[in-house]
Design a protein around this ligand. Structure first.
Ligand code: ATP
Ligand code: MG
Length: 257
């Protein structure tokens, strides 16, 4: 990727693709992972590849919910570790909470690849956020020995840790699948999703949905987590927030037409 200069108009997109293809080569991703990313890219075009106002509000609300949680947890899958593992470890460090690997197509090889990638990413996280060095080194990384199950969900994708996802009150799940999102909400959890598709089941079922690109919204979320004064809005209307995002997409399409 050395040949692509940072000034290239598609630099961020090309770097994301590089991170994902590298991760695929090390066995971290399921075969469908690149398809999921492509669907996200298409929706990002419709947003003008920027964080819209509605997404900015959702980011602040997610930060408020995470800060006031008793047992927050950050659930990661292959794409999120590949694209933003260090930033998610830093979120966990700020919240003093675990990161749990919870993947849809669970195999021992993929789990092992993701757990060891996260261990290595502690160093990158520390380079990016040296002020959280100590906390980053202490973040529990769960997933290896699941001893609980998400109710009403079939197969190995329901496996989770009793002291992680199972007992969490607020869960940050970037790029979650619709089924599992619904099952987590049914357990009474506050589910905070990050998903570029405002029409997906995940976007519609989550308690709060950040419709933004993962790597673009995380620095903003980290800024908000430092601001410990944020208070949750108990009247948060997720449907209305999603409507605002769709209106923004329609405005962008209209301008282009
Ligand atoms: P659902 O399961 O919620 O009904 P889906 O089956 O259409 O949705 P999945 O394949 O489960 O979607 O997950 C991919 C989702 O992740 C897509 O909705 C896509 O928009 C989103 N996505 C992919 N890459 C990113 C990214 N980098 N940032 C944010 N969202 C992304
Ligand atoms: Mg799905």
């Amino acid at each position: 990727m050395g040949e692509v200069p940072p000034t290239h108009p598609r630099y961020a997109s090309l770097m994301a693709r590089k991170r994902l293809t590298d991760a695929a080569a090390t066995g971290m991703l399921a075969e469908s992972a690149l398809i999921a990313h492509g669907r996200g890219e298409a929706f990002d075009y419709l947003l003008g590849e920027r964080t819209c106002d509605a997404a900015r509000k959702a980011i602040a609300e997610v930060a408020a919910r995470l800060l006031s949680a008793e047992n927050p947890v950050i659930s990661v899958n292959g794409n999120t570790v590949a694209l933003a593992g260090p930033q998610l470890l830093t979120c966990a460090a700020m919240l003093n909470c675990p990161v749990e690997v919870n993947i849809y197509y669970r195999t021992p090889e993929r789990m092992e690849a993701l757990l060891s990638a996260l261990e290595l990413q502690r160093e990158e996280a520390t380079t990016l956020y040296p002020e959280f060095h100590q906390q980053i080194s202490l973040v529990p990384i769960l997933g290896a020995t699941p001893d609980g199950r998400i109710p009403n969900l079939d197969g190995p994708r329901a496996n989770c840790h009793a002291d992680g996802i199972l007992s969490a009150d607020v869960i940050l799940v970037p790029l979650e699948d619709g089924d599992r999102c619904e099952a987590l909400v049914a357990m009474g959890k506050t589910v905070c999703a990050i998903d570029l598709n405002p029409l997906s089941r995940t976007a519609k079922k989550a308690t709060i949905t950040i419709v933004d690109e993962l790597t673009r919204c995380l620095p903003l979320l980290l800024d908000d987590l430092i601001d410990e004064t944020l208070i949750p809005d108990e009247n948060w209307d997720n449907e209305q927030n999603l409507r605002q995002v769709v209106s923004e997409m329609l405005r962008i399409l209209d301008d282009a037409a």
